[in-house]
Design a protein around this ligand. Sequence first.
Ligand code: GLV
Ligand code: MN
Ligand code: MN
Length: 412
Amino acid sequence: MRSTSFEAMWKDLAALGRDPRTGGYRRYAWTPALRACESWFTDEAGRRGLTLEADGNGNAVAWWRPGPLRLEGGVITGSHLDSVPDGGAYDGPLGVVSALAAVDVLCERGVRPSRPLGIAVFIEEEGARFGLSCLGSRLMTGALAADQANLLRDADGTQLPEAVAAMGLEPRFGPSLDLLCDPVAFVELHIEQGRALADVDAPVGLATGIWPHGRWRFTFTGEANHAGTTRMADRRDPMLTYAMTALAANKRARLAETGTGEGSGARATFGRVEVAPNGVNAIAGTVTAWLDARAADETALQSLVDDIMRQAHDRAARDGTTLAVVAESVTPAVAFDERLRARLVRRLGDLPMLPTQAGHDAGILATAGVPAAMLFVRNPTGVSHSPTEYADPADCLAGVHALADALEELLT
Ligand code: GLV
Ligand code: MN
Ligand code: MN
């Protein structure tokens, strides 16, 4: 591949869905910003003569099938184009752009595949709009039922089917693994979202698995009242219960940081909060806050969340508030396919191996029984889900070539 193929695609995509005030991306599912990215993908697929197919969930696949290949036993690569609020350029799009560039490499090498190669783009991987991460791959694999998806609402109260229809599309949710045509392997390339590769000075690594993780909605309810005239002793302020809970969650996860490896410890974050009525001179009536929690194994995750909930309830009793907690999603641990990884190691050499704390469509597919692997590209600062997320262009090209090698191994 001429490096210009990657660079030109990267440049075209860079402008789409970017907020000039923050420099971050707001590519939310079923919005014009993400539709622009999807059109870009359609154009790039068309330029390469790839055949585009879509399911009724919002996922798409572009097939590379030179010669008279039957459409079964596909090798799948790709990632997602949607972002978190004010996300970076790489989380998701790097896997899609690298997949297209890898096809260019395979063409230049004159590779004659014995299987079809599909470049998949999954919808709403981040769950930034409808609250459930990997929505597209969960629907595709049947991990999320259509009637549950129909009930999802975004922060403005728009129901998922209405949002899809508003884009001129027909919502037809349901299992759609046949879109991937009996896949024999899924290899997702992704920017690393920590500093493990930087620490060992390697441009590319292989994932071993994904930590179990989930999202819990905490609703703290008190009594809305006047900020000036309500005596301190008379308040039932849910903001206090929330604030103490956020501190307790942070402390509990830090205390779990035993060991030093990437596979140890725990994470707990309140990154989104909604306050009603949200007035400067009013004691809040309700605070809704979302806990994102992750740990190295499922027992550790359960004990982390149980401890945080217990401390929140204890504090609510002292504040005269009440608390309701709903698990919005819990994703079990994923161990990527060892035979597939061993095959990639034979072809790519001894790459660093690392677990990840981030969720991915590859994890959802792996849980559904598709042999899956992930390649990570070095992130020098480790920063992700932020406009400052970055990968060096030379490392991106190393990622493209590693992906092309992996795909060539699986296709021939
Ligand atoms: C996805 O990036 C997640 O792990 O939240
Ligand atoms: Mn992400
Ligand atoms: Mn991602």
